[in-house]
Write a protein that binds this ligand. Structure first.
Ligand code: NAP
Length: 311
């Protein structure tokens, strides 16, 4: 499916698509999706976590990002419980790291080809699926990465061979990349790449050339940390004066301005903002209706990049 293929204006659940639709892994999805990582914070209130996802589906979200290492399987369990086949949601997971609840970080690198396969199998079990529609290969050489042992520095081609084999076997519907460089993306193109998930937002725009390459190749650009993340010390989109000025002028929130800028920036952008709050989820879905005029876009485009790393 090309980026220009006409696609349905409602989801399988019958909701209008927030932000319109764009292709992901050969299927139409709403341009405003949902990143489930923040649901980790609701581990003591599972029904609230399920409720956030049910509300997302009601509001027209049909693209949900998750990982086995979000809450050591808790988030995948919530996704399995909340989403029904008839919702038609494209569930996207990632491999390249495994849960490590007792370790110094909640996850540890698991980059070797056999670990990628084991990780896909874990996701299939916890998500209750026969195929994960899209799996991102999460590399450990991007801006944010946990420390890796020498045996975790694995050649991209070896990893892609493992991913392609799993796609051929039907365990994985499509392959994406996460935390990759421009060179990695170019090397991976012959394998058939459905999306790139890198750290990108109004305040983190190092990967502009990669976004453009994705647009040219019909690959979805799915920025993680679209608001600058929940991690303390990371630059936040909502702290920017230009964002706050635009929000005041438009009568919307600063977070909505940051997300609307992403939607306006390129047609292959799909949003997966993370939230544990139904109120914020509703705000995020509503950004599909926020119109930014040329002067506002110019003011937002002029915001300088702000460096930040988690680890
Ligand atoms: N591929 C990768 O390596 C990778 C890495 C990190 C994340 N991800 C994915 O990307 C998704 C998005 O990243 P993220 O969740 O880390 O960061 P984010 O979406 O940039 O920001 C999340 C933070 O913004 C707040 N927020 C969300 N909507 C808001 C609104 N409307 N108004 C005010 N605050 C709002 C959330 O708090 P509340 O909960 O209080 O709303 C949370 O503190 C994740 O959920 C995950 O699925 C992928």
């Amino acid at each position: 499916m090309s980026l220009s293929t006409p696609i349905s204006s409602t989801t399988a659940a019958g909701a209008p698509r927030p932000g319109g639709a764009a292709p992901l892994a050969g299927r139409p999805v709403s341009r405003v999706g949902y990143g489930a990582m923040q649901l980790e914070r609701l581990s003591a209130d599972r029904s609230a976590a399920v409720g956030v996802l049910r509300r997302a589906v009601e509001l027209g979200v049909d693209h949900v990002d998750t990982a086995q290492f979000y809450g050591d399987g808790f988030v995948n369990g919530v996704v399995a419980e909340a989403l029904r086949p008839e919702d038609g949601v494209v569930v996207v997971s990632k491999v390249g790291a495994d849960p490590d609840p007792g370790g110094p970080f909640p996850m540890r690198a698991a980059q070797r080809p056999e670990e990628l396969r084991a990780s896909v199998e874990d996701n299939l079990r916890s998500l209750g699926l026969e195929q994960v529609p899209l799996v991102n290969l999460r590399r450990m050489d991007g801006r944010h990465h946990i420390p890796v042992a020498p045996d975790q520095v694995v050649d991209l081609d070896d990893q892609l061979a493992a991913m392609v084999a799993m796609r051929d076997e039907g365990l994985v519907g499509a392959i994406g990349l996460s935390s990759v460089s421009h060179d990695d993306l170019r090397r991976a193109l012959p394998a058939g790449i459905a999306c790139v998930q890198n750290d990108y937002s109004l305040v983190a725009r190092d990967d502009e050339a990669m976004l453009e390459l994705c647009a040219a190749e019909g690959i979805a650009w799915v920025p993680f940390f679209p608001l600058g993340s929940a991690f303390p010390g990371m630059p936040k989109v909502t702290d920017e004066q230009a964002v706050q000025d635009a929000a005041r002028a438009l009568g919307v929130t600063p977070a909505q301005v940051g997300l609307a800028w992403l939607l306006h920036h390129a047609s292959n952008v799909l949003l997966i903002p993370g939230t544990a709050s139904v109120e914020h989820l509703e705000d995020n879905v509503a950004v599909g209706d926020v119109v930014l005029d040329d002067a506002t876009i110019a003011a937002l485009d002029a915001v300088p990049p702000r460096a930040g790393r988690i680890f």
